[in-house]
Design a protein around this ligand. Structure first.
Ligand SMILES: [Zn+2]
Ligand SMILES: [Zn+2]
Length: 369
């Protein structure tokens, strides 16, 4: 069916508007929780801090960046149906390998009730949805609840992707998006009602379901289309916070968050806590200086900007003597250029001094006997 321009725009606006209301409600809820006193957790500390500190637009924008227009047109339609969900286009294998949020419209066997159930999931592994979906479709040893549900006799799995976020997004993004879609589609449902035997699970509890209800009711959403198969939302079990990508450097002094030579652990902060990107870090000293003095740490005080320590066993690239060799006593070894801190750049103290004084390498006749 071809949509006219007005209808398209209405649907997109409706979808984005609802997402904004959901994020707003989540942030409002977070501001009311005392995380350590709330008993069973509805949010991990990671999500608690993220929701508390982030600007709403930051969360909404990142979420929407991964949502294709096709998804907005389907979910933005008033009273969308199962058929609408099934009309979501299939993505290329390359897009499906990204961090993905997907929906399974699970068709129950005719002898059960032949009805549909909805499940929202996310895939952040190396092959994204492709890898995740393989487990649903093929007999596998995986014991996840949803995998088992998919493989009951006579049921049919209908998988569609809802959004995709590239191969290296913010570490929380797909998990966060998963919960937004769970809320949007109303797929979080208390499974205890249908349990015949106790299958205890810390993530199933009344507070969680009442919270989900509260957040949903503050938006402009339809009633859930069908019963959901998500027994919890990913905000309670997914990302636990922390969050700088390996190799990220303090953008003032250059200290790496995972500096292999760091003697003690240094705390890192986001430059702007309201937009906590995992590749934007300030080390404790630079952060603290800026907070106290209102300006960047001056160059002269950037102590952390030292090259990594030289490991024992690394040879001098000129004379071949080895760092840590007991016969050298406590001789220091250096990098020729502190900015090029690689093992192939290492000089023993003698060769280093020689080079510093004369500008050339210590000649071999001085150390070869
Ligand atoms: Zn720093
Ligand atoms: Zn040497």
């Amino acid at each position: 069916m071809k949509l006219n321009e007005t209808e398209r725009k209405q649907r997109i606006d409706r979808f984005e508007g609802n997402v904004r209301l959901l994020v707003n409600a989540l942030q409002h809820l977070t501001s009311e929780i005392q995380p350590h006193k709330s008993g069973l957790p509805v949010l991990t500390m990671g999500f608690y801090n993220l929701l508390l500190r982030s600007k709403q637009e930051y969360l909404v924008d990142l979420f929407l960046q991964g949502v294709p227009e096709s998804t907005k047109l389907v979910l933005g339609k008033q009273g969308f149906t199962i058929a609408d969900l099934l009309s979501l286009p299939r993505l290329s294998a390359s897009k499906l390998s990204e961090h993905t949020v997907y929906i399974d419209c699970l068709e129950y066997a005719p002898k059960e009730d032949g009805d549909w159930r909805l499940y929202v999931g996310s895939a952040t592994g190396s092959y994204g949805a492709l890898q995740r979906w393989l487990n649903y479709l093929c007999p596998s040893k995986e014991k996840f609840r949803h995998t088992n549900m998919c493989q009951k006799k006579g049921r049919r799995v209908h998988l569609r992707s809802l959004s995709h976020y590239g191969f290296d997004p913010e570490p929380w993004l797909a998990v966060f998006a998963e919960s937004i879609f769970m809320l949007y589609l109303g797929t979080v449902d208390d499974p205890r009602a249908t349990w015949t035997t106790w299958a205890g699970n810390n993530f199933c509890h009344d507070l969680l379901y009442s919270t989900v209800e509260k957040v949903r009711s503050s938006s402009n959403l339809d009633q859930p289309l069908r019963r959901g198969l998500n027994s919890t939302w990913s905000l309670a079990q997914g990302w636990r916070g922390g969050g700088f990508k390996p190799g990220t450097k303090c953008h003032r002094c250059g200290l790496r968050v995972d500096d292999p030579s760091a003697k003690k652990k240094v705390r890192f902060y986001h430059t702007d806590p309201s937009q906590p990107s995992a590749s934007d870090a300030l080390c404790h000293l630079c952060y603290d200086y800026k907070r106290r003095m209102g300006k960047d740490r001056p160059d002269a005080t950037l102590h952390y900007n030292r090259p990594p320590r030289i490991d024992h066993g690394t040879p001098c690239r000129n004379c071949g003597r080895v760092a840590g060799d007991p016969s050298l006593g406590k001789m220091r070894f250096h990098y020729t250029d502190p900015k090029e801190a690689s093992p192939s750049n290492v000089l023993c103290n003698t060769c280093y001094d020689y080079k510093k004084k004369r500008g050339t390498d210590r000649p071999a006749r001085l150390f070869q006997k």
